[in-house]
Design a protein around this ligand. Sequence first.
Ligand SMILES: C[S@@+](CC[C@H](N)C(=O)[O-])C[C@H]1O[C@@H](n2cnc3c(N)ncnc32)[C@H](O)[C@@H]1O
Length: 385
Amino acid sequence: MQTERFFCPCPRGLEPLLVEELSGLGAQAPKTFPGGVAFRGGWDICARVNLESRLATRVLWHVDSGLYRSEDDLYGLAYEQRWEDWFDPRQSMKVHVTAIKSPLKSLNFATLRVKDGVCDRFRNRMGARPSINTTDPSVRVHAFLGERELTLYLDTSGTPLYKRGYKFAKVEAPLKENLAAGILRIAGWTPDQPLFDPMCGSGTFLLEAAQIALDRAPGLGRRFALETSGPCPAKVWKAAREAAEARAQPARPLQIFGADIDADQLVRAEQNLAAAGLSEAVKLRCEDVLLGSPPAASGVMVANPPYGVRLGEAEQLLGFYRALGDALKKRYTGWRCLFLSSDTAFPKNMGLRTSRRVPLWNGALECRIYEYAIVAGKLDAQTGA
Ligand SMILES: C[S@@+](CC[C@H](N)C(=O)[O-])C[C@H]1O[C@@H](n2cnc3c(N)ncnc32)[C@H](O)[C@@H]1O
């Protein structure tokens, strides 16, 4: 099969893990950039990565690149591409432009010129042009502007890959699925170890972990842009889907546990687990992490604790962090505990020594993963930020 070029954006900080994941899925020559990984492969690999990657945000197919100096050059390169071979003018479209060190003054104007290039090509060749839909387009064209080079991509994913298609019950500021999956990888969690999220909210960590344990590809419950646009042959796509479906195991009780102090949050987690057919795989309970006891003798704890957004909450949180550190020291011997937080007061107030800190970006928000290994009889050694 002919080799194509692709680029997968991902949350910053996960690039090296994405390289590992993509290599495991058959990608060739993966190369990291800040915020993503470029690779080569056939359409079979593109289909597989869309269905099976837990860390990528999208899979972009590299259409062409060329030097540019002005907005007219953007128009020219966009006009030259065979868009009419890859989608239909009755489909709606959106152009996304991102830029690093571009000399152009307006990203909006750059976006407009790329869009004009694509639309004029359609109008001149087909007598019709796609309509623009900025909220839920059928086709997404991405343009990346470097200092001198423009690269055009066709998005093969559509809706971002962290939307797995099972989360119906929404919560405020939920954790993105690819970030949760990345944290499970950073934790080195494997399904033979008990996993506990004591502040599980809508259950993102639990859902990811249960799917990993049951070898269920994250994309089995959703659609992808490559099904309705671009050159991926339908039979290649069908084969990738059938292979992933054949591996998926039915739900069974797993050593995966979730808790939250808020009963409403647990209802959401339950609904999401049910939508994914995973109710029986995960055990949930309503509990204050400061008072509850561990669900197993040892294991891996993962959570993103509440963080202060409103005035007055910050002060309360400091006390919560201190109490959380105490609870871990007293009751979680044998556990490795990993927390994602953007709050620098978190590690200072936990009162435990971190065994590891890993920088990770949640969108534009710089966060850290703080890992604490709670070892018996070493409480003194663990104390201290
Ligand atoms: C930032 S959210 C976690 C979001 C979650 N990871 C998700 O994917 O939806 C923090 C959660 O901690 C819970 N929480 C706050 N204080 C708690 C406590 N003392 N014990 C248990 N859960 C608590 C909140 O109810 C909230 O659901």
